[in-house]
Design a protein around this ligand. Structure first.
Ligand SMILES: *Cc1c(COP(=O)(O)O)cnc(C)c1O
Length: 374
């Protein structure tokens, strides 16, 4: 624990992570390889601790887009395969190889750069080819992917270990589109197989495909959202109920109890506040988002829901009129359960008109994370 840390705390429940992992495993079948997406600091939950926990399960590897975070994993002693989605410059490829990370390539330039770096260290490097099946994201286009994979597989000093694409969706039409694009990817894999190219790892589906139970001929899935108990926006179906958010608590202690002058209140604060205020050490610098429209932020104090009437850079102000004798040191729960009440990441997403993932990304690294063991 950092003794200089700010007062707020996030609790991440590794037991919930273990349960989500088991549900994903039961949906994908044991003979599929599972790659855990830990990009974006493990979707805001802390890449090192999440990866340490998952490395002890039967995870095949981690996918990330941050060279710095990948290095932190290696420094923490994690030896599991780490595949870089991208997120590095060509001149960083030697660093990537020095840290035993697997590069992704999707154009001639990237392929040549990896081959040159591999040649200079005199070691064969396993790489992954990313195919763009129509989203316009990173990837060699599905139309030219066959030629590119053949070329990569004939390039000295490199070995094509994996071929993957990404077809996330968040609506029924999106699912139909993803299935149609998947058919093209399946044809690519069959064409490659006929040419004698059978990569160790083939992958198309992430959380939305796993949630929808979509069939495929790939031998791996790469899942992020579901492991963290996040359901991709728009896919709140019955199967989604099996996944529990692993962020169980976000809290900050009340550091001051004040009173709001009634004539000032209306102009300084959002909505009608009360007379008694509580100040917590959690503000914009910690990632509080701004509520949209008529929405208001709430927190839980003594098991009761209280409005958040204002937010400054370092603090937020709670309306404590309905709380009997609030005390300095009482915890304000910003996300989590208290008594009969609960505030979820989804509530925050609704208040701010954004996705749960955007909420998690806004919670800055300034809040100390405590991990509850499984
Ligand atoms: C992020 C990512 C995933 C995981 O997506 P989720 O929806 O979080 O499961 C899978 N594949 C690729 C290529 C990705 O970039």
């Amino acid at each position: 624990m950092n003794e200089y840390a700010r007062p707020s705390r996030m609790k991440v429940d590794l037991g919930a992570l273990a349960r989500n992992y088991a549900v994903v495993r039961s949906r994908t079948g044991a003979n599929r390889k599972l790659i855990a997406s830990i990009k974006g600091n493990a979707y805001g939950h802390g890449a090192v601790e999440i990866a340490k926990f998952l490395a002890a399960q039967d995870v095949f590897g981690f996918w990330t887009g941050s060279l710095a975070e990948a290095r932190e994993l290696r420094e923490a002693g994690i030896t599991t395969k780490i595949i870089m989605f991208g997120g590095y410059r060509e001149d960083q490829i030697p660093l990537l190889l020095a840290n035993d990370l697997s590069p992704t390539v999707f154009d001639d330039r990237g392929l040549a750069a990896v081959a040159a770096a591999a040649g200079s260290i005199g070691r064969e490097i396993s790489l992954y080819v990313k195919v763009d099946a129509g989203l316009g994201r990173l990837g060699v286009s599905i139309q030219t992917a066959f030629d590119f994979v053949v070329k990569a597989s004939q390039t000295p000093c490199v070995r094509v270990e994996g071929v993957y694409t990404h077809l996330p969706f968040n609506s029924d039409p999106g699912e139909q589109w993803a299935k149609a694009r998947y058919a093209l990817f399946e044809k690519l894999l069959s064409d490659l197989a006929r040419r004698g190219i059978n990569p160790d790892i083939t992958q198309v589906w992430g959380s939305s495909g796993v949630l929808g139970g979509l069939p495929d001929i790939c031998n791996a899935v790469c899942v992020g959202h579901l492991l963290y108990g996040l359901v991709p926006a728009g896919l709140d179906c019955d199967a989604a109920q099996d996944y529990v958010p692993i962020l169980s608590v976000l809290s900050a202690p009340i550091v001051h109890i004040g009173s709001v002058d009634q004539s000032l209140r209306a102009s300084a604060y959002r909505g009608r506040g009360g007379c008694s205020s509580g100040v917590i050490g959690f503000g914009l610098c910690d990632g509080v988002l701004r509520p949209r429209g008529e929405h208001k932020f709430h927190a839980l104090v003594h098991g009761r829901r209280v409005p958040v009437i204002g937010t400054s850079l370092e603090h937020s102000i709670l309306d404590l009129d309905c709380i009997d004798s609030p005390q300095i040191g009482d915890q304000a729960i910003l996300i989590g359960h208290a008594g009969q009440e609960e505030i979820t990441v989804k509530d925050w997403a609704k208040w701010c008109d954004c996705t749960p993932l955007e909420v998690l990304m806004s919670l800055s690294k300034r809040t100390t994370v405590e991990y509850r063991p499984a």
